[in-house]
Design a protein around this ligand. Structure first.
Ligand code: NCD
Ligand code: ZN
Length: 337
């Protein structure tokens, strides 16, 4: 059996920098038409010069592949309208991290005081720049995302014209918030559609499944599955593929992040087929994102084939999800147009 996908988009991706960027870029650029590139480098990407220079380094790492990096800035409450007007043409969105909540987010936001955030968020709203949010408080790890929902509601109410994207949602509470506010959208990863906390820590600890937000309960996964499989018009695929070197994962003090970029489309095909929802995969993987972000992705056709594929043990030293295991689909062909 074959399956054809047009212009797949990954609306939440960590491409990293330096040697890691060179090593892992093609895991995404081969099959995806484009991706929203996260800005959590060290230091974070927070000026026009930095975003332009980072895009150049990405272009270099991409080589001849046809792929659009949709760039983001690391949100700072000090961004004003003049700054944003000037940087707008270089970016597709701005990513907000609560301070210290995940990898390289120390310079993020604390407190979420609407008045403090108002100048920057109103300017973004006026300029139609979407706000991507890592929605977790610093509460108990299983409750962090659900606790953050009231902050989403506060922001969505205070800035009704601002497009707010709840990144990598993992809970039924975030799913419920989607339908309450017109200006809330969400990305969903493949790993959060497949695993629960049991897979991470229910038996032997699985460092390669450890990420932020941590995978939650079966009921949460069910809620995510429902909106992903029906390609709810406000959800889109975002892998949150977050590579770390093997030694940083298989370590006392494991870095958070699951590396799924090279197998994401194959896993989605298997999942949507299993749930008899293949007719909605195109919208989840590209159509919804195109509409929500107003982007026109490069025309790329990916043909998947239902034939067992053994996932490699690593890609240039980065261990992927399901390393050494068999998955049901493989990439048969990628062509332009
Ligand atoms: C991401 C990373 O490593 O940059 N880690 C993760 O667990 N998802 C950061 C993030 O998106 O939280
Ligand atoms: Zn991420």
């Amino acid at each position: 059996m074959e399956l054809t996908l047009q212009a797949p988009l990954d609306m939440h991706l960590h491409l990293r920098d330096g040697e890691m960027l060179e090593n892992i870029a093609n895991a995404s650029t081969h099959t995806f038409s484009g991706a929203i590139v996260m800005p959590n480098l060290v230091p974070p990407v927070s000026s026009k010069e930095e975003v332009t220079a980072y895009k150049k380094r990405i272009r270099h790492a991409i080589g001849n592949e046809d792929f659009t990096p949709y760039m983001t800035l690391f949100f700072k409450p000090s961004y004003d309208k003049t700054f944003l007007e000037n940087v707008k043409e270089e970016i597709t969105a701005i990513k907000l991290y609560p301070a210290g909540i995940t990898t390289n987010s120390e310079g993020g936001v604390s407190g979420f005081d609407v008045e403090e955030l108002r100048p920057a968020l109103e300017a973004m709203s006026d300029l139609n720049i979407p706000l991507c949010v890592h929605g977790e408080t610093n509460g108990f790890v299983m409750d962090r995302e659900a606790e953050f929902v009231h902050i989403y509601e506060k922001l969505a109410t205070a800035f009704p014209k601002l497009k707010i994207i709840m990144e990598h949602i993992t809970t039924k509470e975030s799913v419920a918030a989607l339908d309450k506010f017109e200006n809330l959208y969400a990305t969903i990863t493949i790993h959060h559609l497949l695993i629960t906390l049991d897979d991470v820590a229910g038996g032997m600890l699985q460092p390669h499944l450890f990420c932020k937000p941590i995978a939650k309960r079966p009921q949460d996964r069910e809620a995510l599955l429902k909106v992903a499989l029906e390609a709810h018009p406000k959800v889109m695929f975002g892998s949150d593929s977050a590579p770390h070197p093997k030694h940083a994962k298989e370590n006392c003090g494991c870095a958070a992040g699951v590396f799924t970029a090279p197998i994401a489309l194959q896993l989605l095909a298997e999942l949507f087929e299993k749930h008899h929802a293949l007719e909605n995969l195109q919208a989840f993987i590209s159509g919804n994102a195109t509409r929500i972000y107003g982007v026109s992705p490069l025309k790329k056709t990916v043909i998947l084939e239902k034939k067992p594929f053994k996932v490699p043990s690593d890609y240039n030293g980065v261990v992927p999800m399901f390393a050494n295991e068999e998955i049901a689909y493989r990439i048969k062909e990628v062509k332009l147009g």
